[in-house]
Unconditional design. Structure first.
Length: 378
């Protein structure tokens, strides 16, 4: 069996569900230990970096024989949960695919980048420069792994091996989470003059947000990632059936596109609440920003995407330049001054009950990264 595919199956078999998503889940400790052993066996300088309590990054470094440019290959080791899956950690190979949690998102990409470093090491190493292979924690939640990574490690270019179907992604969306709370007045359900229904009043907010979403999706579109959007994610309120609810809380997600300014969602929500207060003096509501990640786009004239397209072509892939709808750690790397793109294998079932990655695409991804490293690190 090809060493890259053997490694991929081994990684899938390790439970690395993110404990920030599923309380009590295994986290990245076991998979980090295994990757560190792999790096040491290949003779890489190996660093284990604590991104949080029990949340390690593992970084392997392959040095060239002379000085030159550096390339960072970055992938996350955590996965989402496995509820509803029957054999999530049993890597089954069938019809040219490998199934299991994390196979597509993104242990296929992690195996490809480690496999590329193995090929380079076993074929005489790098003539110049250095390769930084970064396996980071927590991308599926708040990316504390990538945030920790860039405090200590840098490179002249980066490739995040998220699944792109072997396309070269040069841009992706961001997101902002906002909470809105509407205030009512508790009262007995039989006394409408005493009560103020916070849940019904939140309906006004929801109607305005639906209209805003329509405006966003009909508005300015980025050439590669499309338009902004929003959706209502979570809502709760009330205390019992026979009482007027004194509060209702709503959490929304706003997807942002390159060119939009930070805090767009909170400003949009505040405009809605200001209008509703003006229409009804009894309407009381507040909003707050919860968490956000900026959209990302590499500089249009940067040489890295063109170099990767060429490297992928040499490995037998036709790799168009695209944008991605989801957020990735490339934004963290880019924000730290590491120009980055996305490039990874083909698969399906992202966060779904049946997840798989195509075997040949993992190998093609690996070979393209080898070609890129040899061309870039000079």
């Amino acid at each position: 069996m090809d060493p890259t595919i053997r490694l991929l199956k081994h990684l899938i078999a390790i439970d690395s569900v993110n404990p920030a998503l599923v309380p009590g889940a295994a986290g990245e400790s076991a998979i980090a230990r295994s990757i560190a052993e792999e790096f040491r066996s290949l003779g890489f300088a190996t660093h284990v970096q604590d991104a949080g309590a029990g949340r390690p990054n593992v970084i392997g470094i392959l040095e060239g024989r002379t000085q030159g440019r550096s390339l960072m290959l970055c992938g996350h080791t955590d996965t989402v949960g496995v509820a509803g899956m029957t054999r999530p950690f049993d890597p089954i190979e069938r019809d040219g695919r490998i199934y299991g949690r994390g196979s597509q998102d993104m242990k296929g990409g992690v195996a490809a980048m480690i496999g590329a470093a193995r090929v380079l090491a076993e074929s005489g190493g790098l003539a110049a420069g250095r390769i930084v292979i970064a396996c980071v924690a927590d991308e599926e939640h708040e990316s504390i792994g990538a945030e920790a990574l860039v405090t200590q490690f840098r490179a002249d270019g980066g490739v995040v091996t998220e699944p792109t179907e072997l396309a070269v992604a040069v841009a992706h969306k961001g997101f902002e989470w906002v909470e809105i709370e509407v205030e009512g007045r508790a009262a007995h359900g039989s006394r409408p003059r005493d009560g103020r229904d916070a849940i019904l009043r939140m309906g006004r907010v929801l109607g305005a947000l639906e209209a805003l979403d329509g405006e966003l999706q009909a508005g300015r579109a980025h050439a590669l990632v499309g338009t902004g959007s929003l959706h209502a994610s979570l809502i709760e309120g009330g205390r019992e059936l026979s009482s007027y609810p004194d509060r209702c809380a709503l959490q929304i997600e706003r997807r942002t596109i390159p060119g939009e300014t930070e805090g767009s969602s909170l400003r949009e929500v505040e405009r809605i609440l200001t209008r509703l207060r003006g229409e009804d003096p009894d309407f009381k509501a507040a909003s707050r920003a919860m968490f956000s990640r900026a959209p990302y786009q590499i500089a249009p004239n940067h040489e890295l995407p063109e170099a990767l397209v060429k490297a992928a072509g040499q490995a037998g892939a036709t790799s168009p330049t695209i944008g991605m709808s989801f957020w990735t750690d490339a934004a963290v790397l880019g924000g730290a001054g590491i120009p980055s793109v996305l490039f990874g294998p083909t698969g399906a079932g992202l966060h779904g009950l049946e997840e798989w990655v195509e075997v040949q695409s993992v190998l093609t991804c690996r070979d393209a990264l080898v070609n890129l490293a040899r061309a870039w690190c000079k």
